[in-house]
Each structure stands twice: as structure tokens, then as C-alpha cells.
Design a protein around this ligand. Structure first.
Ligand SMILES: Nc1ncnc2c1ncn2[C@@H]1O[C@H](COP(=O)(O)OP(=O)(O)OP(=O)(O)O)[C@@H](O)[C@H]1O
Length: 508
């Protein structure tokens, strides 16, 4: 066996039977702050020399608000703009990862991003349909997997309840969170990232969610999440703890050794105090150390102390070994993940959801229709039964066509709102590998075009056309309609040079 083959073999052996292990070394992540719209402000380093190893089990990233927990989670999950990564690398199972990691792992975002008009079961089925390959999973298989997840997550009672929108009260916060986790568990990912899974939940629900994650890790999964300040029953389920302060690591190691580590640094926990609260007090500088070196500016020197500790040195040595093996030959072994389903299959599923969403949330369509009828009657009354004699015929028609076109253009600006409302859902689902970008936009166009654009335009045109007294022939009317569907022909929008043509069509 050559040296190179041996090294590759070593790396594989290192990670065998351990499940996915995430290693990251020397991460420096910076963002460019923006000033006054486009002027670039100073660069801000939000992660400074962050290194660590996260093995199968519960890996918690703890810290005060703004300490860089989410940034660290996003960088290791491949969800941050790679341009900001000034230094360092992230490896999964000893292989260099690219942003394709997002397709093979799962990420539960902090704000539950779910389609509110669909029920818990329908949301889970949507995820199953798009993320499980139809080649390997039949419809019945997907349904039974959804049923199993509903049962595992304790969602049986609300399985057929809608998630809820601003108009419709749906499931509770805890049930939403469990549904969000279920959406990601559908693919049985071996690596699961969660951004603050307990924020906004009562302590009991939070405990249930962490226990659920704990059970997953007992099946060999690697769970990595950020968390603010957990209660003790949650804290004691952590296997590994990374404590962050101002973008630096102040402790990374076994969660049950953290107390001993800080006690050795001269910090004393009060009787009956929650260790998680105590660690926050230490990092925030509210707890005082008896060590002289830490009393002056304890928060900054905590990161230095950690870097000098034996704990950090052994992590760095291990990372050196892994990184060296990568340099020697394990490069390029990371297979690019692909979408589980074909383009046409994605179009079918996403279109189906969009249509269902429009049918269950018809307010926008009703509003569009009412507005069109109102303006059609208004234009019809202003230009009621136009005369056929010149010059009035030409003047009235040019005025009427101007009104019609303005109404069409501004009436259809509401289409932009569709994308704004669902922006968060699209970004999350697209980056999690549910579907291609083009699929979302095409399905929106297909599903939105008929109920919200074409039908209202025909109703608008019919009312205004016949009230204005234009050519009553049906063929003339049909020729008039597409002229007013924005983006269809643009002939009327071209303006007066074509006006004679319009008058000819409408009056024969
Ligand atoms: N794109 C950005 N532009 C400017 N500053 C940023 C950007 N992203 C993160 N930051 C800053 O980096 C720091 C860490 O942010 P991050 O969201 O990682 O903190 P956090 O510990 O997750 O906080 P929280 O618990 O409140 O979510 C914060 O001070 C934040 O303002």
C-alpha cells in the first residue's frame, strides 16, 4: 500500500463507526458592514480563530446574545457566504465540504418556516415528496415515513391541523417547532443542525425537544445546535459544549467537565445554581475568579486561557492529524450531492402546493377580482358607448386605451408581493435542497397566472369592452383581451402608433 493510500485508509478508519464527525480549524469569519446604502464600512470579524471537533451526540453551542453562536453554526453548516471566511476549513468525516453539505445534512432554522395553509401532515409529505427519491421510495413508503415521524414527534393529535397564518389560528409554538424538525428528519440525516431550537418555548416543551434530539443521537446521529441558556434538565443531556464569547471560544469539551474546568480557573458556582446560568455569568464577567490573572479583564483572558489549556492543545493536535491527512491525499473524496427528484417532478409537487395555498388563502384572488371589476365599471362609465365620429372617436379611444393599460400595469404589480411574502420559505427550502430555484418561480407563474392574472383580466376586459361600446363581435373581443394581458403582446402598450389598428379591430 502506498503512503498516500495508507493515509486515506487511516482517515477512513478514523471516522469508521463514529458516524459523521465535524471538524473545523482556525475559522476567521468577517463581514463587511454597509454604511449609507452602498458605501462599504469597516470589516467586522465575528468569528476569531475558532477550532473544534463535534462527534456523534448532542453538541451544544452556548453563549450570550451576539456571541457568534449562529454564525459558527452557519459556517460549519455551509450556510454562510464563503467569501467571508478569511481563514480556516470545515471537514465532515475528514472530507472537505462545500456548500453541497446543505443537501446532505439537515438544518432547522430558528423561525419555523412552514406553509401556514397546509396541515402538519401535508407539510411533512411535501418534504418527503421532494427529498426522497421516487426511485427508491414509493408513495406508500413516504406516507408511512410521515406517519412514523408524526408518532415519534408526538404530533398525532394535531397531524391534520393547519400550521396557521396571520388570518388563521393553527398549531401551538411547540408543535410548529416539532413539525419543523420533522420536515428535516424525513431524510433521516445523520447530521442535523438546529439554530436555537428552544427559543420561545416553555421549559417543558423545550425539554421535550432536547430529549427528542437526545434520542436521535443514541441512534448514532450528530446533532449540533446553538442555545441561549438552558435549564438544568436540558443541560445535563449535552455531550459536548462549546462556549462562545465575542466570536471566540472560551470552552470546548465534554459538557460534564465544563464545571470542573471553570472551578480550576477560580470560579465558584453557588449552591443550587444551574451550571448553564453559571457559565453565562462567567463569560459575561459577572462571576469573579480568585485567580489574579483572570481578575483584571476576565472575559478577554478566558479565550486566551482556553487556548493555552491542555484541552485546547489536544483538540488542535487531533485537528492537525486530520488536516495533515487531508493534505496528503483525502482531497476530492466529497461527492457532490444532487437533488433527490427530477425537474418535472419538482414542478408537479411545488405547483400542487402553490395551487392548494391559493385555494385555501383566496383573499388575494378575491381582492384582485374586486379591484378589476371596480376599475372596469369606472372606465366603462367614463367612456360609456363611445361615438364613432371623428375627432371624438379617436380622442375618446386614445384616452380609454391609456386608462386600460395603466390599470393593467399597476394592477399586476401585486404579483411582486407574492414573492415578498414567501421569500423566507423559498430561501430556506431552496438552500435545504427541496427544489431548484427555477422550479419555484415557474410554479408561481403557472399557479398564479390563471386565478390572479388571466381570469381577472378577462372579466375586466369584458365589462369595460362592452360598456365602451366597442365592436360586439366575440373574435374582436378575444383579440382585444390578450392585448391587455401584461407581457402577452404589448401591442397596446406600444401606444398611439397602433391605435388605428386597435380601433380597426374593435370596430371592424
Ligand atoms: N451580516 C452581518 N453584518 C454585520 N454584523 C453581523 C452579521 N452577521 C452577524 N453579525 C454580528 O456578529 C455577531 C454575532 O452574531 P450571531 O447572530 O452569530 O450571534 P448569536 O450569538 O447567534 O446571537 P443571538 O443569540 O442573538 O442570535 C453579532 O454582533 C452580530 O451583530
Amino acid at each position: 500500500m502506498s503512503k498516500q493510500e495508507k493515509t486515506v485508509h487511516d482517515v477512513e478508519e478514523y471516522f469508521q463507526e463514529r458516524g459523521p464527525t465535524v471538524t473545523f480549524s482556525n475559522l476567521h469569519y468577517c463581514v463587511q458592514e454597509k454604511r449609507f446604502c452602498c458605501k462599504r464600512g469597516p470589516e467586522k470579524c465575528i468569528l476569531k480563530d475558532v477550532s473544534g471537533i463535534m462527534r456523534p451526540g448532542i453538541n451544544a453551542i452556548m453563549g450570550a446574545t451576539g456571541s457568534g453562536k449562529t454564525s459558527l453554526l452557519d459556517v460549519i453548516a455551509g450556510r454562510k457566504d464563503p467569501a467571508g471566511l478569511r481563514q480556516g476549513k470545515v471537514l465532515v468525516d475528514g472530507k472537505v465540504v462545500t456548500s453541497d453539505l446543505r443537501l446532505s445534512s439537515a438544518y432547522v432554522v430558528q423561525d419555523d418556516i412552514l406553509m401556514g395553509t397546509l396541515s402538519v401532515r401535508e407539510n411533512l409529505l411535501f418534504s418527503a415528496n421532494l427529498r426522497l427519491s421516487p426511485k427508491h421510495h414509493s408513495s406508500a413508503d413516504k406516507k408511512s415515513r410521515v406517519d412514523a415521524i408524526i408518532q415519534d414527534l408526538g404530533l398525532t393529535d394535531c397531524a391534520d391541523t393547519k400550521i396557521g397564518t396571520e388570518f388563521l389560528r393553527g398549531v401551538s409554538g411547540g408543535e410548529r417547532k416539532r413539525c419543523s424538525i420533522g420536515m428535516e428528519l424525513i431524510t433521516s440525516p445523520s447530521l442535523l443542525f438546529l439554530d436555537e431550537p428552544t427559543t420561545g418555548l416553555d421549559s417543558n416543551t423545550a425539554n421535550c425537544i432536547i430529549s427528542l434530539l437526545h434520542n436521535l443521537t443514541r441512534r448514532g446521529k450528530t446533532v449540533i445546535f446553538s442555545i441561549h441558556q438552558p435549564r438544568y434538565s436540558i443541560f445535563r443531556q449535552f455531550d459536548h459544549l462549546t462556549l462562545m464569547h465575542k466570536g471566540e471560544v472560551v470552552y470546548a469539551g465534554a459538557a460534564d467537565h465544563a464545571l470542573e474546568y471553570f472551578t480550576n480557573l477560580g470560579y465558584q458556582i453557588e449552591p443550587f445554581n444551574n451550571p448553564a446560568d453559571f457559565f453565562m455569568d462567567v463569560t459575561n464577567g459577572e462571576a469573579k475568579s480568585t485567580l489574579e490573572t483572570l481578575t483584571a479583564d476576565s472575559t478577554n483572558s478566558l479565550a486566551t486561557k482556553y487556548r493555552e489549556s491542555q484541552l485546547c492543545q489536544s483538540v488542535l493536535e487531533e485537528l492537525d492529524h486530520v488536516n495533515q491527512s487531508i493534505a496528503d491525499g483525502a482531497k476530492g473524496q466529497n461527492k457532490a450531492a444532487d437533488y433527490a427528484t427530477s425537474f418535472l417532478y419538482q414542478i408537479r409537487v411545488v405547483c400542487g402546493r402553490t395551487v392548494l395555498n391559493i385555494l385555501r388563502n383566496p383573499q388575494t384572488s378575491y381582492g384582485q377580482l374586486a379591484l378589476n371589476i371596480f376599475f372596469a365599471v369606472l372606465v366603462g362609465l367614463i367612456y360609456f358607448q363611445m361615438p364613432l365620429t371623428l375627432p371624438e372617436a379617436l380622442q375618446n379611444r386614445s384616452g380609454a386605451f391609456f386608462f386600460l393599460i395603466i390599470n393593467m400595469v399597476f394592477g399586476n404589480l401585486s404579483a411582486v408581493e407574492l414573492f415578498i411574502n414567501e421569500r423566507a420559505i423559498f430561501i430556506h427550502e431552496n438552500s435545504s435542497g427541496y427544489y431548484r430555484t427555477s422550479v419555484y418561480f415557474l410554479s408561481k407563474i403557472f399557479a398564479d397566472l390563471i386565478p390572479n392574472r388571466i381570469i381577472p383580466i378577462f372579466i375586466f376586459s369584458a365589462i369595460a369592452y362592452y360598456m365602451m361600446g366597442l365592436n360586439p363581435g366575440f373574435v374582436s373581443f378575444l383579440l382585444f383581451c390578450p392585448d391587455h394581458v401584461p407581457g402577452q403582446s404589448g401591442r397596446s402598450r406600444a401606444g398611439l402608433p397602433r391605435l388605428s389598428e386597435c380601433i380597426y379591430i374593435c370596430h371592424g
